[in-house]
Every structure is written in C-alpha cells, then in structure tokens.
Ligand binder design. Structure first.
Ligand SMILES: *[C@@H]1O[C@H](CO)[C@@H](O)[C@H](O)[C@H]1NC(C)=O
Length: 180
C-alpha cells in the first residue's frame, strides 16, 4: 500500500518535471535573446558618460538572463528520453556556440566600462556589476555542466572546450572588478 502510493507519487514527479529536447532548445532561444538584450544594453552605455538609468537597465537584463539560464538548467537536468540523439546534441551545441561571440562582446564591454561605472553619481554600481557577473558566471556554468552531462559522448570534448572558454572569459571579467 505504502509502496503503491510512493510509486504513484514518483510517477507524478517524473511526469511533471521531465522536459524534452524541444524545451531545452526553446530555453536556448530565450537565453540567446536575453544575452543579445544584455549585450545591446552594455553597448548602449556610453564610455565614458553612460547614465545611472542605463546602468540599471544592464542590471535588470543581467538578472533576467540569470533566471532564463536557471530555468534552462532545470530543463537540461530533467531532459528525457535519454540518451539525447546525435542530431539533437549537435544542434544544441551549435546553438550554444553561436552565443559565444555575444557573450564575449558583453563581457569585453563590461570590462571596458569599469571606470564609467565608477564615475556614476550613485556609488555601489561597480559592486552591483561584480555581483551580477558572479551570479551569471554561476548560472552559466551550471547550465553548461547540465548540458555536458547529457551530451552524446563524441560531443563532450567540444562542449567542454566551449565551457572552458566561457568560464575563462567570466573569470577575467570578475577579476577586473576584484576591487569592489
Ligand atoms: C564561476 O562559477 C563556477 C561554478 O559555480 C565556479 O566554480 C567558479 O569559481 C566561478 N568563477 C569565478 C571567477 O568566480
């Protein structure tokens, strides 16, 4: 009796939390559009001379991207059925690789604007930027790790190399804000 009810609960849990490759692809599309929005808001911040309002737009876009990444991690960890097909794995990795230039541009833009953030009339913006970078690094790293765990074996090396490059880029951006 007890066994039966646990089994029913477990089945319900699986059916409510399982996700599909299509869900993960939709998450990547959402993450792509939020990464572009973040990058655009960073590039819109004049260097020097950006405004506090523009800095807060960057912050809001970073928070929105973080929550999309976390949602993607939940789906990637629950994807079924496994294993993912070779074609799906290839497509997911290609879509992730397409994000890399935008991530690089955003992080380069953040590094380049440090003095302009320091110059804002309200203090604490560089510390907020550092916090956002730290959170985005953790969320990005977790998403990549979840995708690598379920990647077809022959794509793991390529996916891990992508993760290493993105992790290193985040590390250099966070290092640029180490003083805050
Ligand atoms: C980025 O996040 C990962 C995973 O949480 C962590 O191991 C790494 O130390 C972080 N990098 C930096 C520079 O904080």
């Amino acid at each position: 009796m007890r066994f039966t009810s646990l089994f029913v609960l477990a089945s319900l849990a699986v059916s409510s939390f399982a996700s599909t490759v299509a869900d993960v692809q939709a998450d990547i599309a959402d993450i792509s559009s939020k990464t572009t929005a973040l990058d655009n808001s960073i590039n819109a911040f004049a260097n020097p001379g950006g405004t506090l309002t523009q800095a807060l737009t960057i912050h809001n876009n970073a928070v929105a991207l973080g929550s999309s990444l976390d949602h993607g991690t939940t789906d990637a960890n629950a994807v079924a059925p496994l294993p993912i097909s070779e074609a799906d794995g290839r497509s997911i990795l290609t879509n992730l690789e397409a994000l890399e230039p935008t991530i690089d541009d955003a992080l380069d833009g953040i590094i380049a604007r440090k003095d302009a953030f320091v110059a804002l009339p309200l203090g604490g913006i560089p510390a907020l930027v550092k916090q956002d970078l730290t959170n985005l690094n953790a969320s990005t790293s977790a998403f990549e790790a979840a995708l690598i765990v379920n990647a077809p074996a022959d794509l793991v090396a390529e996916a891990t190399a992508l993760k290493s490059r993105i992790d290193a880029k985040f590390a250099s951006a966070i290092a640029a804000y180490a003083a805050f």
